[in-house]
Design a protein. Sequence first.
Length: 280
Amino acid sequence: MMDKSQLNGVKPSIVMEQHKHIFTKSDKKIYDYIQSNSDQVLYHSLTELSEESGVAEATVLRFFRKLGFKGFQDFKFLFAQEVTVQDDDAHDETYAGKIKHNMVQAIENSHEIIDDDELQKCVDAIDASEDVVLFGVGSSGIAVLDMENRLMRIGKHVTAVTDPHFQFMRASSMDENTVVIAVSLTGSTKDIVDSVEIAKQQDATIIALTNYIKSPLTQFADHVLLSSAKESPLDSGSLVAKVSQLFLIDLICTGLTIKNYKTAEKIKMGISKNTARKLY
């Protein structure tokens, strides 16, 4: 169950999305019905929702309590506010407008669920380590390459590994002084999970950047930073999802820069001088 302090201010749709991986078959029925009938749900009683989704009332009630709500009415009150805002925002029907809206929404939703204490713990762990390794495959591999670039620019010794076989080899040579930052939107990418499991066996510290609170990846994580970008299987690798990952990466890198401001500025200045010679 999500902690009450985490639930405060977080949109119900985000809460459901983050817990989707642990839904039972009955939970999935309720979730699918709410997703397909968001307007009607606002006017349903618990019994009506039970009948429409084909799930027992007690199961429906457990579903909402599992997510951290007091009950259906508590969920409905917060969900009504979210649906109203979405209706107000749905004014631009062009695909360019929709993409812009989705990107902005992904960042706003990710900002809502940031745990400042957990973010600071991640920054401190990375700052204290001289062996920082980034794991990502596919589109998440692009995100970790960007993170490698960002961290190098502020003087951090870091390696991004995007090949699963190289990840296994690199994980095998880690120890308690290594920090692994594993980036996976779903937290269920087998290559990443397998590599992280090996790293964990070597006593490395694991930081997971993902979209889901509970997933195979977070089982091995010491720290979890959540993003929020809805992505269907048919949209895998979308830029909207990547934007939410880059938002978390930017938070970490900015936190490290602030903590090591003088050193970071000195290195940035050196990089600027050296790269200037590459320009005409």
